[in-house]
Ligand binder design. Structure first.
Ligand code: SF4
Ligand code: SF4
Ligand code: FES
Length: 372
């Protein structure tokens, strides 16, 4: 069996010392879990090493940490896979506590201070429709299939660890909590879809703070795909419930859509007025809100022009695709718009139907935000 070097970040706030690194050698089969190596260190070398774990089966969500730069569960990351991510190609595995959360000790982070606080923020329980039936609610099977993906979350915090938006804005509600919010917005038994969506859209650290970096999708050991759930919340809030958010996120998205439809390309100079002033005939150019925003952006714009990054001519006369290419884009828009229902592909649910045909089951979302 090969030897592996575990380089573990240590920190004990009670000592008043800064964090430091310790290194241990363990002998493991390539298929064994990183957690097995950490527990061997704890049992044989240093009992003071702080690590949280319980099930060792990727169920309890307690062993989240960064392993060679990637957040995930130590109990379902094999040492052989972990060393493939090693920067110098050696058998060294660098193990750190998760990011975006304060460290309590060594590999243990304070989940209460960040993760659980944010989950609590989204009212993570069903606000039942009245009248509550004497027995169970009867709901379409597809509705529950739709929310299964978010129900798979084990609250490990791996997605929170490396969320770039949360790093820039610690108040951001974050991927795990927003995935949990979708779990109830997608549930037809819940009575407060509109209120939940308004709440998330009106929070300046809410729905539109995510920057689509995909980190949470890569990190999640349960394929919850939190970013996809956030995008679904946005579509339901904006397109179905016509909720305008405080960050102009919905209008910003619409500005992209309108410009691509019109020119086939993004006309950057039009984005700011449309995002702040709306997509009317004047393209938001005369709205006081967009004027204010353009005035605020002027110093950056002048710098960009002076450095040759922006051309005034190209700003005033946007690029556009050739007419035949624009016609193709228009056809795509018309095809999508012409659909009776929007198809949301729940990638978590794949498999075989009863007659054995392999398929992925798309889930349609109706105008109420419930599934049909
Ligand atoms: S996709 Fe959004 S929510 Fe997910 S990690 Fe990136 S910024 Fe955070
Ligand atoms: S969404 Fe995935 S990564 Fe995030 S807490 Fe849930 S299981 Fe962990
Ligand atoms: S120990 Fe339970 S998820 Fe790893």
């Amino acid at each position: 069996m090969p030897d592996y070097t575990l380089r573990i970040r240590r920190y004990n706030p009670e000592t008043g010392k800064a964090p430091y690194w310790d290194q241990y050698t363990v002998t493991l089969d390539t298929h064994e879990a990183v957690l097995t190596g950490i527990l061997e260190v704890k049992n044989r070398h240093d009992g003071s090493l702080g690590v949280r774990c319980s099930c060792r089966s990727a169920i309890c969500g307690s062993c989240g940490m960064r392993i060679n730069g990637q957040p995930g569960l130590a109990c379902n990351t094999q040492v052989g896979d972990a060393v493939k991510r090693s920067k110098d190609g050696s058998n060294t595995i660098v193990i750190e506590p998760m990011g975006n959360m304060p460290v309590i000790r060594d590999l243990i982070v304070d989940m209460d201070a960040v993760h659980w606080k944010k989950v609590g923020r989204v009212t993570p329980w069903l606000l039942a429709k009245e009248p509550v039936p004497e027995r169970e609610y009867i709901v379409p099977r597809e509705s529950m299939v739709d929310v299964t993906q978010t129900m798979a979350c084990i609250q490990c915090g791996s997605c929170v660890s490396d969320c770039l938006a949360m790093e820039a804005d610690p108040e951001f509600i974050g991927p795990a909590a927003l995935a949990k919010a979708y779990r109830f917005v997608g549930d037809p038994r819940d009575a407060q879809h509109q209120q939940r969506l308004e709440d998330l859209a009106e929070d300046p650290h809410g729905l539109y703070t995510c920057t689509h970096c995909f980190k949470c999708i890569d990190a999640c050991p349960k394929d919850v795909a939190p970013m996809s759930q956030i995008m679904r919340l946005r579509r339901i809030a904006g397109q179905d419930h016509h909720i305008e958010d405080v960050n102009n996120g919905e209008r910003h998205e619409q500005a992209f859509v309108v410009l691509i439809k019109k020119y086939g390309l993004l006309a950057e100079a039009d984005i700011v007025p449309r995002s702040y002033g709306g997509n009317g005939i004047t393209g938001g150019k005369f709205s006081p809100k967009s004027g204010q925003q353009i005035a605020q952006s002027l110093p950056f714009l002048v710098k960009a022009v002076l450095r040759g990054k922006v051309s005034i001519k190209e700003t005033l006369i946007p690029h556009r695709l050739a007419p035949e290419d624009r016609a193709q884009i228009k056809t795509i828009f018309e095809t999508v718009k012409g659909r009776e229902k929007r198809n949301e592909l729940n990638l978590y649910i794949t498999g075989y139907d009863e007659d054995g045909d392999p398929h992925t089951e798309p889930v349609s979302t109706d105008k109420e935000g419930a599934t049909a």
